[in-house]
Design a binder for this molecule. Sequence first.
Ligand code: NAP
Ligand code: GDD
Length: 349
Amino acid sequence: MKKALITGITGQDGAYLADFLLKKGYRVFGTYRRLSTPNFWRLQYLNIFEQIELLPCDLIDSYSIIETLKTVRPDEIYNLAAQSFVGASFEQPLASGEVTGLGVTRMLEAIRLITPEARLYQASTSEMYGDNSFPFQDEQTVFCPSSPYAAAKLYAHHVVKIYRKGYGLFASNGILFNHESPLRGMEFVTRKITNAVAKIKHGLEPSLELGNIDSSRDWGYAPEYIEAMWLILQHEKPEDFVIATNTTHTVREFLDIAFRHAGLYWQTYVKTEERYQRPVDVSYLKGDFAKAREILGWEPKTEFKELVQIMVDKDLERWGDWLGGKHFPWDAWNYPNEKKILSRKLKYE
Ligand code: NAP
Ligand code: GDD
């Protein structure tokens, strides 16, 4: 049985990827970091929590990465862990650099020393193109990062290429454009909107405050992007791929579809506030995934409007359930029994 190790398994992509790999017959190991209130709710939500083998590991702590690799000896490593919120990277630029940038070098060094035969997927990002002026972005487009997050990701992107070339590691970057779902973090604009639409519709909130609603993103559906990560590691050689939809939409368009879907007009409820603006923003992203289509046979299926509606429907349902006294998986009550946490002393061959 193949063993996959996912860092960032508690996040949106980590949870969907774990689900995908379990269905493919993998033994799935996931790392989590110490938090005062652990958040395994996504794994619980997908009903896979019991099937995941957990290990404590933080990308700022080399030894925890080394111990994890020694314990699991994975065939495939999906490095999804990051401080992934662009806004927070302006507030905590050093911490973001430590985790999102240097954390990847720590992972690569550990792989080089302990499991050099393992295949590494690194979660690169369209954010590296920054505030560019190209009509679309692909693997050849120059990078011009516009945030501490993007700069850290670009550093990681290059270090992956250096270890591939210098040490012969099978290490690939997936340059993924924005991808969303009902499991998206609440701080990202899509989920912030769909959650607010649901609360407004249920009379739980009066309005929504946003920042720059003119920026444009290439938004896809997260579960489909997970398959691309896996395909990148099944490819015969390590390479970098853009994963996108070849379309772009503004935050305004997202607002329009989301509110209309709930029978509301966004103009009545949405205010823009200076405090949600970033010091530098990326105004336009539109990917070209031609290489992934040609080499991996991957393409997106869910269109923008459908994506927005999936997210609104799910948040409407959740808040409806909540009002009816039903509590969907959340954080505190999911804290695992210590027996669930794998001992570092155990070996998995
Ligand atoms: P996410 O929901 O924010 O998940 C991030 C994960 O990283 C969480 O599991 C988090 O753990 C973990 N993490 C944070 N700091 C860590 C640390 N110091 N050590 C170990 N783990 C740490 O992000 P996502 O949307 O799933 O994205 C997955 C990856 O793809 C990220 O690297 C992101 O930057 C990248 N990416 C995302 C998109 C997108 O549109 N979603 C696009 C391109 C690239 P906690 O639960 O403990 O916080
Ligand atoms: N988060 C947020 N909150 N964004 C807002 C708001 C708001 O209130 N108002 C407007 N926006 C704008 C942001 O300024 C940005 O232009 C756009 O909405 C999207 O912001 P996010 O949803 O936070 O995503 P992101 O594009 O900055 O970053 C996401 O995608 C990247 C891939 O391009 C994250 O998932 C990154 O981790 C990922 O790398």
